[in-house]
Every structure is written in structure tokens, then in C-alpha cells.
Design a protein around this ligand. Structure first.
Ligand code: PLP
Length: 411
């Protein structure tokens, strides 16, 4: 665990934390939407444009070689970070959303009428809509795993739904609303017994747990750089080589081709087959520095510190009269640093606006998970989500501010 001095040292690496919001210090608790960026990431961006900007995989010139080398190094860095077998299994995309759309679109040819796709009711819209559209196009059926009041997936539902008709199971590793870590290893094993492929949405997981895609035996794993201290607009689709090789390309154009004539085109090998067009070169290179940042601090240190913040926040916020915390059970061992709640019958936007005025950034609304809001019979929630630079003092201030908001709005 970090000492106060170490936390201060980490905080000093994030220039934005010195910003004032309506003359209050910024308290940033919207890390599940996007994390802030450390100085080395910000500087890497400037350095890229100052010293190596050029297109990759194309030019024979010095700068193009240099940028290509850096990009391919980051590919290998990500391969090692998630323990993938081959670097060609790492496909760069715009982010989690595009990665899921890529798989859903490239799988189209393998889905027939009456086939089934299983997701759960806690999914982010990004892991719902692409499957819904695919099912509509192919007359396939979307099946939904429900949850217990505690937020845990109803595994009996899953065991009931899975069958030889199931082609894909697509589940989030960690819920962006409830912070609950789902039993994905079990789900993957069970799905494979029936010959179904499994995609895991790891958008919230990468900065939270040590990921080993080979050990999980997952077929597709997707995530975004911006939720792990890296830049926006860049992410990854990890897929098993054998499966990616069979899939149809997602987009067509430069970079993804081998030979083109007016009659025919042959495609590049992995990973370029799925990387049509000029990618976000800067984003990829800068992401490498964000991964260094995470590795320097250590995933397990980040995990245990966020857990400490979560436990402290649960203790503090529970003291508020009329507060409803979601996804809380006796067993908090499977919960990461995300806490969603409502206060009395106050509207989450009103509470969020007052917190904003006091310098606290939280997320309010349906949190990109309307079906889950329906499950809890609310139109929205207030979500706080922690990162390595948050502190218990900030949580004290959050409590104080929530009490203030409650008082103001209850008049
Ligand atoms: C943020 C998030 C997404 C979408 O990620 P983008 O970077 O916006 O594409 C998908 N799923 C979960 C669980 C998320 O938290």
C-alpha cells in the first residue's frame, strides 16, 4: 500500500490535479469514464510530433522506420502486458466500442437464422447494441443473463441459456456501473463446452487486474487506452490467431491489402488485415508510456489501493440518511473501485451539478447501461470511480459535499 508521501508523488505526476474548478481544487472521481494522464504520457505526445511524425509501414525513409518501430514495440508491449501468445493477435482499433463492432461485423458470415448470442443485463451499450443489430440482420436471437440484487450475474441463468445454438457469449470483465468483477473464467470454460466463442469487454479491467488471456483461454478481449492513463481514440482487439485468421476483414483500404487489381484483392496477414487506413500512430506510441506508468506503480498496488478507497467510500457514504448504494453485498472481494448510488429521491443530475460546483467530477445518468437502470427501477445513478491519485481526504470532502447537496435540494 502507498504511504501518504508516495500518493503525493503519484499526484504530482498529474498536472490536471492542480486545476481549480469554480475556484475549488479539482476532485476527479470520474475515472471509469476516462482516467487523467500522467506527465510522461503528455510529454510523449509532444515528443512524437516533434521528433518522429510520419506514416508507418509505408515509407522507406528514416522517420517512417522510426515510427513503425515504435508502433510495433507498443504492440509487443501490449502482447506481454496481457500475456498473449503472438504480437499479431493485437489489433489496434479506436477503442473498446470499435473492437466489439469489428468482431460483431466480421462474425456476420458465421451467424445463421436461429443462432443465439448471450450477453448480460449489466452490459455497457457498446457491448449490447452491436449484438442486437447483428441478431436483427441475421434473424438470430439475443439472450440476456440477469443479475441478483447484489449485482452478481445469475450463473444459473447462464447455465440455462447456453446451448449448442449459442455462437457467441459477450460479457464485461468488470461492470462500469457496479464495479463487480464477473466470473469470466467459468463463463469461458462453460461456453467452450458448447462450442461458443467468448468476447470479454475489458474496458474497466485493464488498470485493475493482472490479465492473462492465455490462462483465461478467451477468444476475444477488448479494451481502450484512455481508461488506463493513455490517450483517447486508441484501443485493442485481442483475438486468438486461429480465429482472427478465419474472420472476414472489417474495413477495406490501404495497409490491409497484399495485392490489388480492379478485379481482385488479397488481404494482408494479421494484424494488418484488420487495420485498414492510417492508424492513430501518436495514440499507439503514447499508450506505451501509459503502460510503463502502470507497470512502474504495479497493477497489484493499484488494485489494493483502489480497494482501500472503495471500502472507505462505502463506509463514509453509508452514513448518509436515505442513500441507496448499488451492487453491494456482504462479499466485497469481487468489487473494484467503482461505486454507484442515489440519495433519497433526489435527481442524480441535481446532485451531480452541486458536486460539480464544489469541484467534484462524478458521472450521473444512465451510465451507458439503460437496461441495468431498468433492473434497479431508476432513470439514473451517481457514480464515483477511483484511481491511484484519489485520496481518503477527497472522499471525506465528497461526503461533506453530498450532505450539503442533500440539505440544499431537500428544502
Ligand atoms: C467505457 C466502456 C466501454 C466503451 O469504451 P470506449 O473507449 O468508449 O469505446 C465499453 N464497455 C465498458 C465496460 C466501458 O466501461
Amino acid at each position: 500500500m502507498f504511504s501518504e508521501k508516495e500518493i503525493q508523488k503519484i499526484r504530482n505526476q498529474f498536472p490536471i490535479l492542480k486545476e481549480k474548478i469554480y475556484s475549488n481544487p479539482l476532485i476527479y472521481m470520474d475515472n471509469a469514464a476516462t482516467t487523467q494522464k500522467p506527465l510522461k504520457v503528455i510529454q510523449a505526445s509532444q515528443n512524437y510530433y516533434s521528433t518522429m511524425n510520419s506514416n508507418i509501414h509505408r515509407g522507406l525513409h528514416y522517420l517512417s522506420h522510426k515510427a513503425t518501430l515504435y508502433v510495433e514495440n507498443v504492440r509487443r508491449k501490449i502482447q506481454k502486458f496481457i500475456h498473449a501468445k503472438y504480437s499479431s493477435e493485437i489489433i489496434f482499433t479506436k477503442g473498446t466500442t470499435e473492437s466489439i463492432n469489428l468482431v460483431a461485423s466480421s462474425m456476420e458470415g458465421f451467424i445463421k437464422k436461429g443462432d443465439e448470442i448471450i450477453i448480460s443485463c449489466i452490459e455497457h451499450h457498446s457491448n449490447l447494441v452491436p449484438w442486437q443489430i447483428l441478431c436483427k440482420k441475421k434473424n438470430a436471437i439475443l439472450k440476456i443473463i440477469s443479475i441478483h440484487e447484489s449485482g452478481f450475474l445469475k450463473l444459473t441463468d447462464f447455465e440455462f441459456l447456453i446451448s449448442e445454438r449459442t455462437k457467441i457469449v459477450s460479457i464485461s470483465h468488470i461492470s462500469n456501473v457496479l464495479g463487480i468483477i464477473n466470473p469470466v473464467k467459468y463463463i469461458i470454460e462453460k461456453a467452450h463446452e458448447y462450442g461458443a466463442l467468448v468476447l470479454i469487454d475489458g474496458a474497466q479491467a485493464l488498470s485493475n487486474l493482472d490479465l492473462n488471456v492465455q490462462d483465461l483461454n478467451v477468444d476475444f478481449y477488448v479494451f481502450s487506452a484512455h481508461k488506463m492513463y493513455g490517450p483517447t481514440g486508441i484501443g485493442v482487439l485481442y483475438g486468438k490467431k486461429k480465429i482472427l485468421e478465419k474472420l472476414y476483414p472489417y474495413q477495406f483500404g490501404g495497409e490491409m491489402i497484399k495485392d490489388v487489381s480492379f478485379n481482385e484483392t488479397t488481404y494482408s496477414d494479421l494484424p494488418l488485415k484488420f487495420e485498414a487506413g492510417t492508424p492513430n500512430i501518436e495514440g499507439i506510441i503514447v499508450w506505451g508510456f501509459a503502460i510503463d506508468f502502470v507497470k512502474e506503480i504495479g497493477i497489484s498496488n493499484i488494485q489494493s489501493y483502489k480497494k482501500k478507497l472503495l471500502m472507505y467510500a462505502i463506509k463514509c457514504l453509508s452514513s448518509i440518511d436515505g442513500i441507496q448504494l448499488y451492487g453491494i453485498s456482504k462479499d466485497l472481494s469481487n468489487k473494484s473501485g467503482i461505486l454507484s448510488f442515489n440519495v433519497d429521491n433526489l435527481h442524480c443530475f441535481d446532485v451531480g451539478s452541486i458536486l460539480d460546483r464544489l469541484g467534484i467530477a462524478v458521472r450521473t445518468g444512465h451510465l451507458c447501461a439503460q437496461p441495468l437502470m431498468n433492473f434497479f427501477k431508476v432513470s439514473g445513478m451517481i457514480r464515483v470511480s477511483f484511481s491511484v491519485y484519489n485520496t481518503c481526504e477527497e472522499i471525506d470532502y465528497l461526503l461533506e459535499s453530498l450532505l450539503k447537496a442533500k440539505k440544499m435540494l431537500s428544502k
